[in-house]
Structure formats: structure tokens, C-alpha cells
Design a binder for this molecule. Structure first.
Ligand code: NAD
Ligand code: TYD
Length: 371
């Protein structure tokens, strides 16, 4: 019997993690703590909200007293911390909110876990604080093969360059988002080194899949194609991202939470690098085909716009350690994952329309109060 606090469970990745844990471990009690910011949507968890081993708590991770009281009340054994401000473009406009939630919020959660666990007779025995981070903390890699070499991964390097982010790569964040995540990672490791808290950190590449807020590239573009709206490609569309299906990330989190080494770090990624413009063409092809549009119908929506400030050129994760030590590998091939993702957004237009109109927030206001 374990009681696990999952923060940010109403968001994109968090909702997949909550669903996985609630369904897979009926013997666990899963507490989902989320502030329900613009990115938090309880409709993401409609299918499990009445499960007996699930409880939702609306709270801010920065609210130390509330978090500590909840940890004591629920006798929390483990924390899986996903709550964060997560969008780079928002961090460029409003870095303070990112420092507050990602840095101070993480610190408040760590301090609450410390106070709670240190007050118990068994202290940190059987406890775990698992912090979910991003590959963006490592900075940016070069494009040494700008045209892309499809054989790249087979010859040991990536299709766009030989360098990868490894667990040993020094942190070098460039955006306010990645700087705030890097800072939170340091606090988590400091709590292990200073107080002996059993922490673990993972750094994952870009996720895609159902329930992602449509400010991020893939859901935004699927929705814009459906509505015949322009597709804003930053710069020349030459930046490279490494994409992983969200359920593969959730499976990795499950495995690492249970089997990962305390105080260790694991990189999570699927060796799946795509230049933005090539990925966008795959999305256009898939949406057009599934909507019954003629081939190439929506290509004209591509609109090159001013580049993002400080736009990281290339991310590429080396997840060899996770494969070797814990046997994790992504289950879904990218083409299959994109097909599944596009279908999900097209079949769940109500979800998308609610999110884009803001109705999802009004719906839960009655239940949990105004935000
Ligand atoms: P998201 O923006 O979809 O969800 C974040 C959730 O956190 C929302 O439900 C929001 O309401 C909640 N939240 C925000 N501020 C809060 C606060 N102060 N207190 C309590 N809850 C709060 O984010 P996501 O894409 O699901 O990312 C989840 C985590 O995974 C983040 O820590 C992010 O840095 C990390 N990550 C994301 C990706 C990705 O591609 N999306 C990749 C690697 C790592
Ligand atoms: P995003 O989904 O915001 O993730 P991240 O910035 O964390 O990698 O963006 C993915 C890539 O797509 C990134 O290189 C920026 C680019 N992008 C666009 O070209 N246009 C857009 O409208 C968005 C949101 C992103």
C-alpha cells in the first residue's frame, strides 16, 4: 500500500501518469494536486475521476502550509512532481511566473516532504521524491548534418549530428523556462545531498499525444489545419526536436519511480529527431488524409514568422542508460504515434473547442472555485 502525491496531474503528461497509476495500481492511493492554471484541465481525467483510489486536490505547490498539511493528512510516501509552467514562449513574456512555480514551487514541495518525512519514525525509509524535468536544461546542440541523414541513428550518431544530451552533459539553459527547470533540478539534488532525501530526476525530450494544450506545436498545428488557419513556423523551420509519445514517457516514469536508483538521473527519449518543417509536413499530410482533403491541400497554410528569441537549435537525448539499466524502450513508432495523435484530436473536437474557448475552466469553477 502506497500513497502517492502526483503534482500537475491535470496537465498533459501528468494526466497520462495519473491515469496509468490509478488503473495499474488499484492498491495505491493516488492524490492529484493541481492549481488548475490555464494548462490544467480536469476533463483530461474524466474516465478515472470516480475511481476509489483517486482524489483530486486543487492547490498551488507554492502554498507550503497546504502541501504540508495534505502530506500529513494523506501520509504521503512518494511524490511524482510534474506541476510546472511549461511553455517556452510564455516564459519569454513572463519569466517571474516560471521562477515562482518552477523554482519556489519545487522548493516548497521539497521542504514540505522533508518536514513530513523527517517527523516520521522511519524517516526517509521507503520514501521517494521523483522530479520530472526536461532535456532543455542541457541547452542546445549543433546541426552538423543540416540536411539530415536517415542512416544517422544506425551509425551511432543522430541524423542531424553526432552529439547527444547525456546524463553527464553540463547544464546550459537558454530560455527562462529551461533556466527555471534547471534551478529546480539543482534544488532536488541539493535536498538529497544535504538532507539525505531519496530523490530522483529524469530529463525527457519533447512529448506529443492526446490532451496536450494547443499552444504547443503539434496540437496547435493539427487544430489550425482543421480550421484552415495559418501555421506559424518560427524562423526557417530548421530547428530539430526529439519527439516521444506521451504514454511511453508515462511508462518510463512508472518504471523509474519503482526501480530507478535513488539520487540518480535518467534521460528519457526515443532517438527520434525531426526538423520542425519536416515534422509539420507529416502533420499536414496526416490531417489532410484523415479529413479526406486532396494531397497537399493545407501546405499553403505554412507561414514563416519571426523566430523565437534564443530559439534552441537542436535537442537530442541519449537514453541508452535507461535502456541498459532498466530495460525501457519506447513502444510506439513515430508514424504510428502521429497517426494516433492526429486521429485523437480530430475525434475529440469538443475537447479542443472547449480548451480554445476557455469553457473547460468555467465548467470546473463551480466545483473548485474561481481562479
Ligand atoms: P502542462 O503545462 O500541460 O501541465 C502543467 C500542469 O501543472 C497543469 O495542470 C497546471 O495546472 C499545473 N500547475 C502549474 N502551476 C502549478 C502550481 N503552481 N501548483 C500546482 N499545479 C500547477 O505541462 P506538461 O507538458 O504536462 O509537463 C509536465 C512536466 O513535464 C513539467 O514539469 C515539464 O517541465 C516536464 N516536461 C514536459 C515535456 C513536454 O514535452 N511537454 C518534456 C519534458 C519534460
Ligand atoms: P514547442 O511545442 O513549443 O516545444 P519546445 O519549445 O519546448 O521545444 O515547440 C516545438 C518546436 O516548434 C520549437 O522548435 C518551436 C517550434 N514552434 C513553431 O515553429 N511554431 C509554433 O507556433 C510553436 C508553438 C512552436
Amino acid at each position: 500500500m502506497k500513497t502517492i502525491l502526483i503534482t500537475g496531474g491535470a496537465g498533459f503528461i501528468g494526466s497520462h501518469v495519473v491515469r496509468l497509476f490509478v488503473r495499474k495500481y488499484p492498491e495505491y492511493r493516488i492524490i492529484n494536486l493541481d492549481k488548475l492554471t490555464y494548462a490544467g484541465n480536469l476533463a483530461n481525467l474524466k474516465d478515472i475521476e470516480n475511481e476509489p483510489n483517486y482524489r483530486f486536490v486543487k492547490a498551488d505547490i507554492c502554498d507550503f502550509d497546504t502541501i504540508l498539511a495534505l502530506m500529513k493528512e494523506e501520509k504521503i510516501d512518494g511524490v511524482i512532481h510534474l506541476a510546472a509552467e511549461s511553455h517556452v514562449d510564455r516564459s519569454i513574456k513572463d519569466p517571474f511566473t516560471f521562477a515562482m512555480t518552477n523554482v519556489i514551487g519545487t522548493l516548497s514541495l521539497l521542504q514540505a516532504a522533508k518536514c513530513h518525512w523527517e517527523s516520521l519514525p522511519e524517516k526517509y525509509e521507503g520514501k521517494r521524491f521523483y522530479h520530472i524535468s526536461t532535456d532543455e536544461v542541457y541547452g542546445a546542440l549543433q546541426l552538423t548534418r543540416p540536411e539530415g541523414d536517415p542512416a544517422g541513428n544506425e551509425c551511432g550518431g543522430g541524423p542531424f549530428g553526432d552529439e547527444f544530451f547525456k546524463e553527464s552533459t553540463p547544464y546550459n539553459p537558454h530560455s527562462p523556462y529551461s533556466a527555471s527547470k534547471a534551478s529546480s533540478d539543482h534544488f532536488v539534488r541539493a535536498f538529497h545531498d544535504t538532507y539525505g532525501m531519496p530523490t530522483i530526476v529524469t530529463n525527457c525530450s519533447n512529448n506529443y499525444g492526446p490532451y496536450q494544450f494547443p499552444e504547443k506545436l503539434i496540437p496547435l498545428f493539427i487544430n489550425n489545419i482543421r480550421r484552415g488557419k495559418p501555421l506559424p513556423v518560427y524562423g526557417k523551420g530548421e530547428n530539430v526536436r526529439d519527439w516521444l509519445y506521451v504514454e511511453d514517457h508515462a511508462r518510463a516514469i512508472d518504471l523509474i519511480f519503482h526501480k530507478g536508483k535513488t539520487a540518480d538521473t535518467y534521460n528519457i527519449g526515443g532517438f527520434n529527431e525531426w526538423k520542425n518543417i519536416d515534422l509539420i509536413k507529416v502533420i499536414i499530410e496526416t490531417v489532410d488524409r484523415l479529413l479526406g482533403n486532396p494531397k497537399g491541400h493545407s501546405l499553403g497554410l505554412i507561414t514563416y514568422v519571426t523566430d523565437r528569441a534564443g530559439h534552441d537549435l537542436r535537442y537530442a537525448i541519449d537514453s541508452t542508460k535507461l535502456k541498459k539499466e532498466l530495460g525501457w524502450e519506447p513502444q510506439l513508432q513515430f508514424r504510428e504515434g502521429i497517426e494516433k495523435t492526429v486521429k485523437w484530436y480530430l475525434e475529440n473536437q469538443e475537447w479542443m473547442d472547449n480548451v480554445t474557448s476557455g469553457d473547460y475552466q468555467k465548467y470546473y469553477e463551480n466545483m473548485y472555485g474561481n481562479r
